[in-house]
Design a protein around this ligand. Structure first.
Ligand code: SF4
Length: 354
């Protein structure tokens, strides 16, 4: 987009005076980029941006964290995780608490690092906290593939893998045409679409009668996508504004790897409950690589936490009575304040109020 086009987009979004529009992003990286680029301040007061269930850490239920904590305290077992999950509390403790108490919890930047631990310490079982969406599911599958190639038998996953389409349907169902949870269009997740392709978002658009725009992550890309969603109001169609990365059918290799290792399953989302076929689990033939992922459905949200309402757009983060008082990034009360992709975290650090 050249400077003139960008200026036109900014003017259009700033001066929009049509009906109130509520747009949702369902990608944590979009949430973080919207905050970083100060985009809400550039929009007309009639355009509202809502952060949906796109941060994988934020939607992980407490039973899952409890299971990780329990595994980390099991003799001969180590839990391996990305850093942002360490501070999410289960019903009582977080992995960081468990580690401070002597449990074996190791933070990594890539799942493949776990394989080096496994090779060096063959008598210990390493369990990766496999949390994420369609974007990271192939990475975990690739890790298992590599573990098999290296004949490492002391590697497992505890999966909490989720897929986007069913939770988007659930969010649309949760909103009422005039109610606060109503969503008028979606910024489709650019990274997820790079794997799955944009075609399934065209299907969602036709089914829901709402516009979707697949967006990139820079400020100008996000502004252009938001402007397109405003102009597409009332039309059930999907536009791909990220064609340099996203195709209609996605990444065939990554999808084949996922089909090899996973099958769809019902999944529990923090605050949203169980949503049929909104997750992935290891296929029967790979179940020995699973560290006990099934049945982890319980979700005991922190006292007073309104994450469920935030994630479905029923309230904005600043409307949670604990926001900025009891709950801050330094002392998070709920999962949405922990991750750098969380709604509450991004509202707090950017000073956003609407
Ligand atoms: S501000 Fe904290 S307690 Fe409130 S919804 Fe967000 S994460 Fe939960």
């Amino acid at each position: 987009m050249n400077r003139n086009d960008l200026e036109q987009v900014r003017t259009f979004l700033h001066e929009y005076d049509g009906p109130e529009i509520r747009l949702m992003e369902v990608c944590g990286t979009h949430t973080a980029s919207i905050a970083k680029n100060g985009i809400p301040a550039l929009l007309s007061p009639a355009i509202h941006l809502i952060s949906g269930p796109g941060c994988p850490v934020c939607v992980t239920v407490t039973d899952y964290i409890d299971r990780l904590v329990s595994l980390s305290r099991t003799p001969g077992t180590a839990v391996v995780s990305f850093g942002d999950l360490l501070r999410v509390r289960g019903s009582r403790l977080s992995l960081a608490d468990a580690r401070a108490d002597g449990a074996d919890v190791r933070m990594v930047y890539a799942p493949m690092q776990m394989l080096d631990f496994a090779a060096r310490e063959p008598d210990r079982t390493f369990v990766f906290a496999a949390v994420g969406f369609e974007t990271t599911a192939p990475v975990y599958a690739l890790t298992l593939e590599e573990a098999a190639r290296r004949e490492l038998r002391n590697v497992k996953l505890l999966t909490s893998l989720k897929t986007m389409p069913e939770v988007i349907r659930a969010v649309v169902r949760a909103g009422t045409p005039d109610g606060r949870g109503r969503i008028d269009g979606f910024l489709a997740p650019g990274h997820v679409c790079a794997v799955t392709g944009s075609n399934e978002y065209q299907e969602l658009a036709e089914e829901t009668g709402l516009p979707f725009v697949v967006s990139g992550f820079t400020g100008p890309q996000l502004l252009a996508s938001i402007a397109a969603l405003v102009k597409l109001q009332g039309r059930g169609t999907c536009l791909n504004f990220y064609p340099e990365v996203v195709t209609g059918t996605g990444n065939a290799e990554a999808k084949a790897l996922c089909r090899k290792y996973y099958e769809p399953c019902d999944a529990s989302w923090r605050g949203l409950g169980s949503i049929p076929r909104s997750g992935l689990r290891l296929r029967e033939e790979y179940r020995t690589l699973d560290a006990g992922s099934s049945g982890l459905d319980g979700d005991h949200a922190a006292r007073g936490c309104e994450c469920a309402k935030v994630l479905t757009g029923q309230i904005m983060p600043v409307e949670c009575p604990l926001f900025g008082r009891i709950c801050t990034p330094q002392y998070p009360n709920g999962a949405c304040m922990v991750s750098q992709e969380g709604s509450c975290y991004n509202w707090y650090i950017s000073g956003r109020t609407r």
